[in-house]
Write a protein that binds this ligand. Structure first.
Ligand code: GDP
Ligand code: IMO
Ligand code: MG
Length: 457
């Protein structure tokens, strides 16, 4: 018998409810989850796309990363930036979930919530659920992040340009099985304290200059733990119930992006988690069958923060114009983002991994003043096109980009609200991108705020 992966095939097996007592028949796949993912090097406008969808969502989840992310949402003229909190926290009718795949810096989480509360975000603590399996980022992880950057600079002459939020060290602790999780902090505090001390000692043996006031840290962590306690759930069971209870709209907000993914990104100039679609399953306990739409977010040009190859980077007036017009400054670090032409090789590569069902193309308005616009469509090595995206950074540094050139539309698009409002030249640009990636473009962004998004279908 041929193998089939479809849910339908299971329908006729007449299996009774599964024996574990989880009352659901085998043929019930449950609710589908929509996933929003960055298709470039981050800062594509994921926050804005999530905000748009979150107005109808019941649950909005973060599945990976930590407060290295910086997601901007502009509602009623007010600008919010979210780092650990899912951008959907803005919707008073939805629940926000921080999944097991996220690494949480507790001081950062509460600081972020309190800061946004001052801006008018009410009741966020009541709408936030945190998985007990999520790993903790400690202050010393952040210090170690900085020390590692200094070491890289001294040893190799270049660092990664991390956000210094302790992401790499925290995921290292997780992978080396010495990390501490939310459930540890809320469990036996004596046991937690002893494991915490061991972890500190481990890092101090690697970094002798690292000083940690252990007792002060433990006191603070205990206080944060008590504030967190009412929000903590078994994330897997929470998600199971959300998937198999009444019909629900569940949204996953990816952080960072495909080209920063630990497996698929421009290694080693990447972050330390899976920012591609698999991260939604492992970071929340969602079975692959429950993944529905996968929305890729791409800017109409390309930016990158930090170090690493960037084939379409424009170290010239075009790059400067994109940087200034696009206000391309990191939300988390305040660093200027490097800018260049749209690179469809990387977006296609992101699509190979994620299987996008639709694309949100953001910041089209930033291109409004350009005479001509280029799009990278292929890479050449030694004069020959290569069909794949190179794994090796030395190779990526050497590729020659083949461009398609488009005439600029030289018209303000910021007031466009439907496809017909866009100049024909902008429409041609969008259609070219859509055909080249082979994925429909569902939204086009022409400004910062919620209403500046043209929905195509
Ligand atoms: P994220 O990390 O992917 O959520 O993106 P960031 O928030 O870091 O960066 C995107 C920036 O672009 C933010 O300042 C957004 O307010 C802004 N933005 C998003 N979409 C658009 C758009 O269509 N046009 C303009 N002009 N700005 C946008
Ligand atoms: P959002 O979700 C842009 C980059 C950093 C650095 C590298 C590793 O806002 O798109 P890390 O601190 O994660 O160890 O840094 O990854 N980086 C991002 N760049 N947007 C992000 O998130 C990023 N998250 C990490 O600049 O080069
Ligand atoms: Mg960002």
């Amino acid at each position: 018998m041929a193998l089939s992966w479809s849910a339908k095939e299971h329908k006729n097996t007449n299996q009774p409810a599964v024996a574990t007592g989880l009352k659901r028949p085998r043929n019930d796949v449950g609710n589908k989850v929509a996933v929003v993912l960055g298709a470039q090097w981050g800062d594509e406008g994921k926050g804005k796309v999530v905000d748009l969808l979150a107005t109808q969502a019941d649950v909005v989840c973060r599945c990976q990363g930590g407060n290295n992310a910086g997601h901007t949402v502009v509602v009623d003229g007010k600008e919010y930036d979210f780092h650990l909190l899912p951008s959907g926290i803005i919707n008073p009718k939805s629940i926000s979930l921080i999944g097991n795949g996220v690494v949480i810096h507790l001081p950062g989480l509460f600081e972020e919530g309190d800061k946004n509360e001052k801006k008018g975000l009410k009741g966020w603590e009541k709408r936030l659920i945190v998985s007990d399996r999520a790993h903790l980022v400690f202050d010393f992880h952040q210090v170690v992040d900085g020390l590692q950057e200094t070491e890289r600079q001294a040893q190799e002459g270049k660092n990664i340009g991390t956000t210094k939020k302790g992401i790499g060290p925290a995921y290292s602790s997780k992978a080396s099985r010495t990390g501490l999780r939310v459930c540890d902090l809320l469990g036996d505090i004596k046991d937690f304290s002893s494991k915490f001390k061991n972890l500190v000692r481990q890092y101090q043996s690697m970094y002798p200059s690292l000083t940690v006031d252990v007792e002060d840290q433990l006191k603070k962590l205990k206080e944060y733990g008590e504030r967190l306690r009412p929000m903590v759930r078994d994330g897997v069971y929470y998600m199971y119930e959300a998937l198999h209870g009444s019909p629900k709209k569940i949204l996953v907000e990816g952080a960072n992006a495909a080209l920063l993914d630990i497996d698929f990104g421009t290694y080693p100039f990447v972050t330390s988690s899976n920012c591609t679609v698999g991260g939604a399953c492992t970071g929340l306990g969602i079975p692959p069958l429950n993944i529905g739409d996968v929305f890729g977010v791409a800017k109409a040009y390309t930016t990158r923060v930090g170090i690493g190859a960037f084939p379409t980077e424009q170290l010239n007036a075009v790059g400067e114009l994109l940087q200034t017009r696009g206000h391309e400054v990191g939300v988390t670090t305040g660093r200027k983002r490097r800018c260049g032409w749209l690179d469809l090789v990387i977006v296609r590569y992101a699509h190979m991994i994620n299987g996008f069902t639709a694309i949100a193309l953001t910041k089209l308005d930033i291109l409004d003043v350009l005479e001509e616009i280029k799009v990278g469509i292929a890479y050449k090595l030694h004069g020959k096109r290569i069909p794949h995206f190179p794994a090796n950074m030395d190779v990526l540094q050497k590729v020659e980009v083949e461009y398609e050139t488009f005439p600029g539309w030289k018209t303000d698009t910021s007031a466009a609200r439907k496809w017909g409002d866009l100049p024909v030249k902008a429409q041609n640009y969008i259609r070219f991108i859509e055909n080249h990636i082979g994925v429909p473009i569902k939204w086009v962004g022409v400004g910062k705020s919620r209403e500046c998004m043209i929905q195509m279908f």
